[in-house]
Ligand binder design. Sequence first.
Ligand code: UDP
Length: 242
Amino acid sequence: MKNQYVQILDIPFLNKTKNDVVNDVFHQYLKEGKKGFIVTANPEIVMQAHKDRDFLYTLSKADFIVPDGIGVVIASKMKREPLKERVPGFELMEDFLALSNLHHLKVYIVGAKNEILESAVKNIRSKYPDLNLAGYHHGYFDDDDDTVIEEIQRVKPDLVLVALGCPRQENWIKQNMPKVEKGVFIGVGGSIDILAGHLKRAPVFWQKIHLEWFYRLLQQPSRWKRMLVIPRFLIRVLTSRA
Ligand code: UDP
């Protein structure tokens, strides 16, 4: 459908608001019992796909990619094909959990360190008491270890949150999704750490002035080198505009 996607450096971003992603797309997948692979992509992920063809191939297997990162929205404006809004991965995950709570859905979580995951699970159980948390596993296992995917095959969750960091989480989903019958899989990066209270999201003011990335940098200064990718990404979008 026209305008449904905005192409940025060969990555097709779904041009929908967060509410539409939750209530139209995700809900529809659940109703139809369809499998889904959702990627929330920021400039770092787009640039990663440009230097790693295998990862680009992984992204091509996603059912849809949403713009998580103000850099992607700025890039869409530079191309004069503005995306409707940023769809923050953490908020999308929260909305998916809320919908799962409402419909008593089965959720599985894979990723994060054991003790952090345990705290996140505790918080999920108290905040979303009606969802069925059908299982969880920390994220420090070998890629060829099938224990987790075998459990998911058995449990048949409706929603699978995968927090293995990028690009591992997307590659893991691409690798393992074909082995299951159902479930919407989404890579959630550091969101389990936030749910656990281990990392904090930027206060709303910082989010409003689009400096959430800067707040994150202050919390995890070791990420500064990774942030340099944002200006490089914008220059690339500008020069590839033709
Ligand atoms: N993580 C994991 N297994 C791994 C690598 C990372 O479970 O092999 C978890 C990590 O503990 C954290 C989350 O993935 O909870 C996100 O990690 P990171 O901040 O490095 O991811 P990124 O921001 O790069 O997506």
